[in-house]
Design a protein around this ligand. Structure first.
Ligand SMILES: *Cc1c(COP(=O)(O)O)cnc(C)c1O
Length: 380
């Protein structure tokens, strides 16, 4: 079955009680039981909720996974995934990972005996060098936020598996429409559903999908025990979002290409970060493992003053954190999403004060480009 057919039907049958074609929001905390030990498989809503189950089955199907678990946020999903790791075990992480992931790993989980090494995972030999007997996980993000470093999923999975480590990929930037990490040997995919999967900037959530039954059982246990579940209403919003995921990603991708092509030629742009560009160092890998390049484009205008001019001059683009919604958002990674990353690390990664990140929305392509054009024209 094709992607859109799966998106519209997987995990959701017309409601048994009424025939409602859309999965209802089961806004209940508990379920009536027929007798002691006799129930319909639903006892308490932290543990079981039909709306949440539907979105979990749906996203698992889109990623080609057997199991899925939905959480209250992307960070809650990532935190739960790290519960597969015990004190004394070691994790290798993409060094240009999402700021919140970096913060969770270095400021919280490292207090519980988990060991982390941050490396440029686009260089497989760097991953190989850091693999140790106690390495149990390699945590990847590709393309990374915001400088779009691409990691070869197949190559990293190969060396990680040889060392007995699982591979996790944060697939938030691509969505399963543009990239399916499990097809390249990755074991676990995590998403912030807040972004493209919901797609309408009206809910926060996260999901973990995987095939290994033992790890899946542990994640289900963690989800129920720690309790950071996705609410029925937010589950419903994500279910509504995934139905149009293919259409939305096609358009994000089309406009992303046009915006990147425009920026690449613009004299005020010092550097473009976009895997679809022929000049991107991992363009060939991106082409091989992605169906498209998505709606995220970053560029450097050389200074904080120039960046500020852009932020203060845009009219259509909204200055805001987050990404993946219908509206075009523009942000300043150095002071917004990556403020918690050490200044020297930011400098090494290219997250300068002149770096601007755009999440291209679904407005008309020409309007988005015209807005960026008039803002860039204001730079002295
Ligand atoms: C937003 C984001 C997260 C965190 O998700 P929340 O839903 O905000 O908790 C994790 N990874 C990436 C790549 C993100 O963009």
């Amino acid at each position: 079955m094709g992607f859109s057919t799966t998106a519209i039907h997987a995990g959701q049958e017309p409601d048994e009680a009424t025939g409602a074609v859309t999965v209802p929001i089961y806004q209940t905390s508990t379920y009536a039981q027929e007798g002691l030990g006799k129930n319909k498989g639903f006892e308490y809503a932290r543990t079981q909720n039909p709306t949440r189950f539907a979105v979990e089955r749906n996203i698992a199907a889109l990623e080609g996974a057997r199991f899925g678990y939905a959480f209250a946020s992307g960070m809650a999903a990532i935190d739960a995934t790290l519960r597969l790791i015990k004190g004394g075990e070691h994790v290798i992480v993409s060094d240009n990972t999402y700021g919140g992931t970096f913060r969770l790993f270095t400021k919280i989980l490292s207090n519980y005996g988990l060991e982390f090494d941050f490396v440029n995972t686009s260089d497989v030999s760097k991953v190989e060098e850091k693999l140790k007997p106690n390495t149990r996980m390699v945590f990847l993000e590709t393309p990374t936020n915001p400088v779009m470093i691409v990691t070869d999923l197949q190559a990293v999975s190969y060396v990680a598996h040889a060392a007995g480590a699982r591979v996790v990929c944060d697939n938030t930037f691509m969505s399963p429409y543009l990239q399916r990490p499990l097809d390249f040997g990755v074991d676990i995919v995590v998403h912030s559903t807040t972004k493209y999967l919901n797609g309408h900037s009206d809910g926060v959530g996260g999901v973990v999908v995987l095939n290994d039954e033992e790890d899946a059982n542990w994640l289900a246990f963690v989800q129920n025990s720690a309790g950071a579940i996705l609410s029925p209403f937010d589950s419903w919003l994500v279910l509504r979002g995934t139905k149009t995921l293919a259409l939305r990603m096609e358009q994000h991708d089309r406009t992303g290409r046009a915006v990147a092509a425009f920026l690449e030629e613009h004299p005020a742009v010092r550097k473009l970060y976009y895997p679809g560009s022929l000049s991107h160092p991992q363009h060939e890998i991106a082409k091989r493992q992605q169906r498209g390049f998505g709606g995220m484009v970053a560029f450097d205008v050389g200074s904080l003053d120039a960046a500020r001019t852009v932020f203060e001059s845009v009219k259509l683009c909204t200055l805001a954190e987050s990404l993946g919604g219908v509206e075009t958002l523009i942000s300043h990674p150095a002071t917004m999403t990556h403020a918690s990353v050490l200044p020297e690390t930011r400098a090494r990664l290219g997250i300068t004060e002149g770096l601007v990140r755009i999440s291209v929305g679904l407005e008309d392509t020409d309007d988005i480009i015209a807005d960026i054009d008039q803002a860039l024209a204001k730079i002295e």
